[in-house]
Design a protein around this ligand. Structure first.
Ligand code: ATP
Length: 433
């Protein structure tokens, strides 16, 4: 699949635009348009449903993006999270050393400068007057507030170890080289879980999360052959990690990380206890024992997963001698669930279809369209991944039935109008029995 085709479809159809486009854009920032916002929201809701709602050992959090600056000293971001950069002496482009595969400039082959450290956290000042304003950061990851709030959460709920805290929210990194559409941005959304368990159970929970994460990607309709695990070698693990594996997807530009699964041990709670002076250990009243829980962290990117879903869904096939662009999005993720189309505008079919659409809109997102030949209207929906097209025709007037066309098989079934909400509703829902 050609990445340019996807980027152009995303812009043309209102999935994703460059941010501040009329001002020439701003590097590393993206806007999700009317279809993109629905797609990404469906993805996040499905994640929350799977990893929080249906589990009895998970709770949620929505913490502030700006925190006390000491949080990032304790986490190690201020001191240790320095990306190592090199500049090309010829074309002046800048690269992260760990992203380079050769010792020369990947753009022009020029000689590279000596490496230097660069902190990727975005700084901001909180407060109105210059002398009292506090310098702090926009969070580079959502997980730290989970550790900071750990005690408030476990003392305000009835959670018992093992349990996890989940959060979805924006993160910011001053990436040196934002690239590959929304894959590497400077502002993005993460979906993170910190799962607290006893050290002796760390391997069991690590394996369980690995299994659950894999199953979730498959449930999004992503081809299993385009997914793989990457195990980080011991010598290149982040300072807080005892073990890290990543889920990678084969993008048109190569394999790229969608999610990391790390065993963070007791690092974060210990650091925050030390820096805040508040003991963040856990007291188990049943065993009458106090200990620092071990943390298993599944950390996923909402934007990268959205991109993987879009890449995987894109397809071109041939219908009646014409090329059809079709997005095979999983029905639970598709932005529009059903298009309601009158066969023709006249003879009261348009009114009938419009009324039907108004009714269905209360159940799921629908779209009404009467412009152009019915075949063209089907194609427009295929291109944005709408799984079902409902056609209101002359038979509808006679016996109240409509046809429902399936996007992937293009087969049509005729069903009573009154059954539509149930028929489509169950097929587009992310709920399980
Ligand atoms: P990379 O090595 O690609 O920079 P990372 O290992 O630093 O990623 P993590 O810190 O593990 O990433 O973040 C967890 C998840 O957040 C990643 O798997 C990814 O999905 C997402 N993510 C991280 N950085 C970005 C970014 N710049 N743009 C979009 N998503 C990102």
């Amino acid at each position: 699949m050609d990445m340019d085709k996807l980027v152009s479809l995303c812009k043309r159809k209102g999935f994703i635009f460059q941010s501040s486009g009329i001002y020439g854009g701003i590097n590393g920032c993206w806007d999700f348009g009317p279809l993109g916002v629905e797609l990404k929201r469906n993805l996040k809701n499905d994640w929350w449903y799977n990893f929080v709602q249906i589990r009895d050992n998970m709770v949620g959090l929505d913490a502030s993006i700006i925190t006390h600056p000491e949080v990032w000293v304790a986490s190690g971001h201020v001191e240790q999270f320095h990306d190592i950069l090199v500049d090309c002496k010829e074309c002046r482009k800048r690269f992260r050393q760990d992203h380079l595969e050769t010792e020369r400039c990947p753009e022009c082959g020029g000689e590279l400068s000596e490496p230097k450290a660069f902190n990727s956290m975005l700084r901001t000042r909180l407060g109105v007057s210059d002398d009292t304003a506090v310098e702090t950061y926009l969070r580079p990851e959502t997980c730290q507030s989970i550790f900071v709030d750990f005690k408030d959460i476990y003392s305000s709920t009835r959670v018992k170890i093992p349990f996890g805290i989940a959060q979805i929210g924006k993160s910011f990194r001053n990436e040196v080289n934002p690239r590959n559409f929304i894959f590497r941005s400077r502002e993005f959304e993460q979906m993170e879980i910190e799962f607290f368990c006893r050290e002796e159970e760390e391997e069991k929970w690590f394996a369980q999360w690995q299994e659950d994460i894999w199953a979730w990607y498959l449930s999004l309709g992503i081809k299993e052959s385009a997914l793989r695990w990457y195990e980080h070698p011991k010598e290149s693990l982040a300072h807080y990690s005892k073990r890290t594996v990543d889920v990678e997807y084969e993008f048109p530009f190569g394999w790229g990380e969608l999610q990391g699964l790390a065993n963070r041990g007791v690092y974060d709670l210990t650091q925050h206890s030390k820096h805040s002076g508040k003991d963040l250990s856990f007291f188990d009243p049943e065993k009458n024992e106090r200990y620092m829980p071990t943390v298993i962290e599944p950390s996923a990117g909402a934007d990268r997963t959205t991109l993987a879903v879009l890449c995987d869904a894109y397809d071109e096939d041939e219908v009646n001698g014409e090329t059809r662009v079709v997005m095979h999005l999983a029905p639970k993720l598709a932005p529009i669930k059903a298009a309601i189309l009158p066969l023709v505008k006249k003879d009261g079919l348009a009114e009938l279809a419009e009324n039907l659409e108004k009714k269905l809109r209360k159940k799921f997102i629908t779209y009404y369209d009467h412009a152009g030949a019915i075949g063209r209207r089907y194609r427009r929906q295929d291109e944005i991944g709408t799984p079902y097209c409902v056609c209101v025709d002359f038979e509808t007037k006679e016996n109240g039935t409509v046809t429902v066309r399936d996007r992937d098989s293009m087969e049509q079934v005729r069903i009573p109008m009154d059954d539509l909400a149930g028929y489509i509703g169950t097929r587009v829902s992310f709920e399980r029995d």
